[in-house]
Design a protein around this ligand. Structure first.
Ligand code: 13P
Length: 257
């Protein structure tokens, strides 16, 4: 079944005590939303994963994600963290292929495909990010870029493994800029992503794939974006660092049929 999902990507923000205060506030705000049907996922920095997971463990439909993991199981990879380690501290999801990882850390398709496999092997569900730069959009390459990002990284997966993937469409030009994609732009590319998935895995898998939108999504534009037929929720950066804003965004999807 296609799930409605709101995920918070805290990126490299907050000290430990600030993070603990934020999670307490989010918990308290979430308890005030009645009949929430959506899944909420929080992705804090690595050092806070266990504490955040412990605080959220009794809340229904709330999970923890890492913002990254390495492709190798264990060994001499100074500074890296394996999927197994992430799983062992209570996370159930992992963000893979965020544009900041692709851009600043030069992560390419071959590595991302290995990361996805490592995550799945360790029962971590990947949130796989795709999205074009402004230049790519302006030169009419948006669809091709997203297709390549999906084909190169996901299409060696079996149908069963692919069904565990959540896709997040995050146009690079919208991330942290205050300039979100319009609902028309989001719907067009989300629908195209569903077509790409359908071509490879068939319509049942494609209809069941959750496709999230990310990039300057706030409580002001969430309702419109989430109102699109093929937008199944959001991956929220800046606005997820404020408990009130984040829960307002969650309400916009909870109210959806
Ligand atoms: P912003 O919501 O801050 O634009 O970030 C989006 C994002 O990159 C989430 O992964």
């Amino acid at each position: 079944m296609r799930r409605k999902i709101i995920a918070a990507n805290w990126k490299m923000n907050k000290t430990f005590s600030e993070a603990m205060a934020l999670i307490e506030e989010i918990k308290s705000q979430l308890s005030q939303i009645k009949n929430r049907k959506s899944i909420v996922i929080i992705a804090p920095p690595y050092p806070y994963l266990k504490s955040v997971a412990d605080k959220l463990k009794d809340i229904e439909n709330v999970f923890v994600a890492a913002q990254n993991c390495y492709s190798q199981e264990q060994g001499a990879y100074t500074g890296e963290v394996s999927a197994d380690m992430v799983k062992s501290v209570g996370a159930d999801y992992v963000i893979i292929g965020h544009s900041e990882r692709r851009n600043y850390f030069k992560e390419e398709s071959s590595l991302l495909a290995e990361k996805i496999k490592a995550a799945l092997k360790n029962n971590l569900l990947p949130i796989y990010c795709v999205g074009e730069t402004l230049q790519q959009r302006e030169s009419g390459k948006c669809g091709d870029v997203v297709r390549k990002q999906i084909e190169e990284v996901l299409f060696s997966l079996s149908k069963n493994d692919f069904s565990k993937i959540i896709i997040a469409y995050e146009p690079v030009w919208a991330i942290g800029t205050g300039l979100n994609a319009t609902s028309e732009q989001a719907q067009a590319i989300h629908s195209y992503i569903r077509t790409i998935v359908k071509e490879k895995y068939g319509s049942e898998t494609s209809e069941n794939t959750s496709i999230l939108y990310g990039g300057s999504c706030t409580e002001k534009n969430a309702a419109e974006l989430f109102g699109c037929k093929d937008v199944d929720g959001g991956l929220i950066g800046g606005a997820s660092l404020n408990a009130k804003s984040f829960t307002e965004i969650i309400k916009h999807i909870s109210e959806k049929k």
